[in-house]
Design a protein around this ligand. Structure first.
Ligand code: 4GX
Length: 255
């Protein structure tokens, strides 16, 4: 897969792609990231890529023409590539988006600096607009790198069989169960006995219940979109009853 990135800071993509799993995948040519300097498509003595906003106000706005020229040039080489814009106003980027974008032959990421884009970039050049979370960063480069990382895990051969994308958190839409390794006691805390029992059926059941418990406690909204077996549903009903009882006790205390 080819990821083209338009940015004023192409160097930001170097080291994350040289290390660890992505470093190996790049060496094996399973993916390629081409970071292009947007200034290469700028014009004028100062090669400006930004300008003051119409209507006044603080901050600068990214000019549309350099981005349009750059996207046109990149699309000549990869006509099928989808153009992705990173902004806090975008659609929240989810694991399912990573999974489906991994099916594309190429993606072109537009990374903004400044306070904003000329709206016509969004209207005429962009296929999909994503946000990686409800916080404000200094530019779109780290969000693009985050998306490249999450998408690359779904490309054939990138993950070894050990850390398969199919078996980890979110593969089934639930949070992960707690994991333990040696020593058996650490800072006075023991490993749950069931994990030492050797009973693989019991261990699988405990892990499933821990996943359900964690998801129920920390991210209950995720349970709406998950396939639940009958025994999963029974377990969650128990959790709901426990929660109601606790709330009754707290209500009584307050009286
Ligand atoms: N998830 N940012 C983009 C510059 C900018 C401002 C306005 C277009 C319009 C972000 C996020 C994010 C900060 C990237 C502002 N570009 N992107 N940048 N959160 O915070 O994706």
């Amino acid at each position: 897969m080819i990821f083209d990135v338009l940015t004023l800071f192409p160097g930001m993509f170097d080291s994350p792609l040289q290390e660890s799993i992505l470093g190996r995948a790049v060496k094996q040519q399973l993916l390629e990231v081409r970071a292009h300097n947007l200034r290469d498509w700028a014009e004028g003595k100062h090669l400006t890529t930004d300008d003051a906003p119409y209507g006044g106000g603080d901050g600068m706005v990214m000019k549309p023409e350099p981005v349009a020229r750059a996207v046109a040039a990149l699309k000549q080489k990869s006509p099928a590539a989808k153009v992705v814009l990173l902004t806090p106003q975008g659609k929240p980027f989810k694991q399912n988006d990573a999974r489906s974008l991994a099916q594309e032959s190429g993606l072109i990421f537009i990374c903004g600096r400044y306070e904003g884009f000329d709206e016509r970039i969004r209207q005429t050049l962009v296929d999909e607009e994503f946000s990686i979370g409800d916080f404000v960063l200094t530019g779109g480069e780290l969000p693009a790198m985050v998306m490249i990382d999450a998408i690359s895990r779904f490309l054939p051969g990138v993950l070894g069989s050990g850390d398969s994308a199919l078996t980890d958190s979110f593969a089934d839409g639930l949070l992960e169960y707690p994991q333990y390794t040696r020593p058996a006691v650490f800072n006075g805390l023991s490993v749950p006995e069931v994990l030492l029992s050797g009973d693989h059926g019991k261990i699988a059941q405990w892990r499933r219940e821990q996943q359900l418990l964690r998801t129920f406690q920390r991210r209950p909204e995720l349970l709406e979109d998950v396939f639940l077996s009958n025994s999963d549903k029974v377990f969650i009903e128990k959790l709901k009853c426990q929660l109601e009882q606790q709330e009754e006790i707290q209500g009584d205390d307050a009286d």
